[in-house]
Design a protein around this ligand. Structure first.
Ligand code: GLY
Length: 378
């Protein structure tokens, strides 16, 4: 089917996140925003909806969402925030919570997060704490949010001491991932999300990674490979979240590439200099190279991962980050502040090869620092 062809009748792919009485569906497909009203009315028949979105998403897509809610007879209000990571703050949280209370939201109503990861994390947190919790619908509009942050119930804000350090687990009632809405994403933002798609293949689905190596151009171009990639990634996340909702075990696997990545984000000021997904891309290659250095996995897999992420257009080496970087000791300082530290021991997601990630506790910090020194010298 060509990209421009109407697929309004197409049935979306449904993935269930199994969490007992709190289980919910992720719907993936094109034109999902058009059917949002119908899907919400079916699941939350009497809820009013408080849409939380940002100025950019509102300008491009709010009319479509509102028409869908109106068509289903759903009452709604809207709260529009400033785009960008700076909105994940106590000040923005206070504004959103205040606006929700002013709209007289009730517990059986729903917050609908309509945007990328910033909107999802902020609106999800507000939904989790206002009136001690309302319903939540995630309608992610970036690839990264569709395959990662909108699924699994992690919500939160940043503080000057670090990213995502304040928040709650608050599962949504429904996730609506519209593969078509990604047509309007700038390539750099799309690619940043792609790093998280590839992650699911690298963690425990080597067949999916091989499929991506062959089909990534079609995933970027659109239908139907993009929908398949989002669905496979969401299924991977749903399985892990169902196994380990609170990150006591397997969920930590989703942090592949993130410990190195978060340190690189921290030293580049969480800015456009290095997007989260770009940091994850470099961090993932570092995790494979570090695993090779420790004798855990082969060099061939590390080079295959680097070749694929590089081909897609993602940075894969620390040396590709523009501007000066601090030394290995400073990177270690940020690694030690990461949430993946328990009782002072470093926890890394390492690998025995593509599709064989595992949680390594007690990773010696001097080995990590020596490895980073080598990488910085390249
Ligand atoms: N983004 C990692 C997680 O949801 O656990």
């Amino acid at each position: 089917m060509s990209q421009g062809e109407s697929t309004a009748q197409a049935t979306p792919t449904t993935i269930s996140v199994e969490l007992g009485s709190r289980s919910y569906d992720i719907l993936v497909g094109r034109d999902i925003i058009d059917r949002a009203g119908m899907e919400i009315a079916r699941r939350l028949p009497d809820a009013r909806i408080a849409i939380v979105t940002d100025e950019t998403v509102a300008a491009h897509h709010l009319t479509t969402l509102v028409a869908s809610l109106d068509g289903a007879g759903i009452r709604h209000t809207r709260i529009v925030i400033t785009p960008g990571e700076a909105s994940k703050s106590f000040a923005s949280l206070e504004r959103v919570v205040d606006a929700l209370l002013e709209s007289r939201i009730e517990r059986n109503d729903a917050v609908l997060a309509f945007g990328g990861g910033v909107v999802g994390d902020l609106a999800g947190f507000a939904s989790g704490i206002v009136l001690r919790g309302t319903h939540l619908i995630q309608v992610p509009t970036t690839l990264l949010a569709q395959v990662d942050s909108s699924v699994g119930g992690k919500t939160g804000i940043n503080t000057p001491r670090g990213k995502n350090l304040v928040g709650v687990f608050h599962q949504p009632d429904l996730v609506l991932a519209d593969a078509g809405i990604l047509d309007s994403l700038p390539p750099r933002i799309f690619n940043a999300g792609y790093a998280e798609v590839a992650k699911y293949g690298l963690i425990r689905d080597a067949g999916f990674f091989a499929w991506l190596e062959t089909n990534w151009r079609s995933v970027a171009a659109g239908w139907p490979e993009r929908e398949k990639a989002i669905a496979v990634a969401c299924r991977g996340k749903a399985e892990i979240v169902s196994e380990d909702e609170r990150e006591k075990g397997a969920r930590a696997l989703l942090n592949l590439g993130h410990t190195f990545g978060h340190a690189l984000e921290a030293v580049t000021g969480y800015s456009d200099r290095l997007l989260h997904g770009e940091a994850v891309s470099i961090g993932t290659v570092l995790a494979f190279d570090f695993s090779f250095r420790l004798g855990l996995s082969g060099l061939e897999d590390a080079r295959r991962v680097e070749a694929h992420l590089g081909e897609v257009g993602l940075p894969t080496r620390i040396g590709q980050i523009e501007g000066d970087l601090p030394d290995a000791a400073t990177l270690m300082h940020h690694i030690a502040q990461d949430k993946k530290v328990a009782q002072g021991k470093l926890t890394f997601i390492l690998t025995r090869g593509i599709g064989e990630a595992f949680i390594a506790r007690d990773v010696p910090s001097d080995e990590v620092e020596a490895f980073l020194e080598e990488q910085l010298a390249k």
